[in-house]
Design a protein around this ligand. Structure first.
Ligand SMILES: *Cc1c(COP(=O)(O)O)cnc(C)c1O
Length: 397
């Protein structure tokens, strides 16, 4: 049986693994080394020139990270993957490779707060032009494409509103305008267990592997996945020279460990989120629930088509706005107040004052992030306990 034909869970465990020829270790060894020795000056020269295969220095590549990169490429259905020190390391290494002064990027307005800051306050300082639009509105996308557009950047489901964008439709429209435009999709919220943007037509997938891919709240990491020639550019320019955001070999090993259970974990995250969304949706104290699995969600049909399941993330507003929302969060005993997501522990936060505090008030409004919006990452606990905790906190309002 070829690996290509295997199911996702099998690939997550086996894809990319290399037999340890020395001792037969089952677990991938951690090559905790900064540099690699050469037999001679000439050999070092050949490695730098690319005339001989082999490692040089961990910022350019590392055997533990390479196993992980090959695994994640297989899980996303991409040719090649680059491991990075963080999700922001992945996103900035990728965008520094694509963009330059005089180039134009179209980005969705609803993004992870630091991605928004990078595009809005960072790249713009260096002469990159950025338009923020709603990428789920194809007419808006069509009217913003122009000659110097080099990328369309989006998240789906988006953080923190869970807005869904039709990746195939965006890719088709952008590529019809110019095949050179890179459609970059942040797949952090869905994970490759639920969605493969490259198979839908995107050119590049970026990840905060800090979240579901690692899944245990103990690593900060990221990935860029795409065509081999582009990822080589990101590795040899965006990461090597621009950001230096290289993944540590130990972080790579922790990710190899976390990924083994990704499929199992995602199905529990989805089940818990579905139950919590149903509970909140029926609760009189709740004004609005954003969960793509609810039929009332604006992007439900697209999500049902492009995702295997609806994910472990949801957001909601309680009646009484920001104050009531914060009081609810403060009244919880089991669900933990923290940013980040995709961990075993259920985590809850208030985007306007935390993850999305890089947005000005009018930018929050434009992105649909209400002042009272609460974001919840459904963990791996028993759903009944999570719902009981929400119930007791609601009763205190
Ligand atoms: C957390 C996150 C990031 C940033 O990743 P880090 O690993 O924290 O650098 C980017 N995108 C999304 C959707 C995220 O949730």
């Amino acid at each position: 049986m070829t690996q290509e034909a295997c199911g996702f869970g099998t690939k997550a465990i086996h894809a990319g693994n290399e037999k340890d020829s020395r001792f037969g270790a089952l677990s991938t060894p951690i090559y905790q080394t900064s540099t690699f020795t050469f037999d001679s000056c000439e050999q070092g020269g050949r490695r730098f020139a690319g005339a001989e295969k082999g490692y040089i220095y961990t910022r350019l590549g590392n055997p533990t990270a390479a196993v992980l990169e090959n695994k994640v490429a297989a899980l996303e259905g991409g040719e090649t993957c680059l491991a990075t020190a963080s999700g922001m390391g992945a996103i900035s290494s990728c965008l520094w490779t694509i963009a330059g002064a005089g180039k134009h990027i179209i980005a969705d307005g609803t993004l992870y707060g630091c991605t928004f800051a990078l595009l809005n306050h960072g790249l713009s300082r260096y002469g990159v032009e950025v338009d923020f639009i709603d990428t789920s509105d194809l007419d808006a996308l069509r009217s913003h494409l122009k000659e110097n557009t080099v990328a369309v950047y989006l998240e789906t489901p988006a953080n923190p509103t869970l807005k869904i964008t039709d990746v195939a439709a965006v890719a088709e429209l952008a590529h019809a305008y110019s095949p050179a435009i890179k459609v970059v999709c942040d797949n952090t919220f869905a994970s490759p267990a639920l969605q493969n943007p490259l198979k839908l037509g995107a050119d590049v997938v970026v990840h905060s592997a800090t979240k579901y891919l690692n899944g245990h709240g103990d690593v900060v990491a990221g990935f860029v996945v795409g065509k081999a020639d582009f990822i080589q550019q990101v590795r040899m320019f965006g990461l090597k020279d621009m950001t230096g955001a290289v993944m540590d070999p130990f972080a790579a090993w922790l990710l190899l460990r976390g990924l083994k259970t990704l499929e199992l974990r995602m199905s529990r995250h989805c089940e818990n989120a579905r139950k919590i969304a149903a509970f909140l949706n029926a609760h009189p104290a709740v004004e609005k629930v954003n969960y793509p699995g609810l039929e009332s969600h604006r992007g439900h049909d697209i999500a049902a088509r492009q995702m295997k399941d609806f994910g472990g993330m949801l957001s909601f507003e309680v009646r009484g706005g920001k104050e009531a929302g914060m009081a609810l969060v403060n009244g919880l005993r089991l669900i933990t107040v923290a940013v980040s997501l995709g961990d075993a522990e259920s985590l809850i936060e208030h985007p306007a004052s935390m993850t999305h505090s890089t947005y000005a008030e009018d930018e929050l409004r434009a992105a649909g992030i209400a002042p009272g919006l609460i974001r919840l990452s459904a963990g791996l606990e028993n759903a009944e306990d999570l719902i009981a905790d929400l119930e007791q906190a609601m009763a205190q309002l």
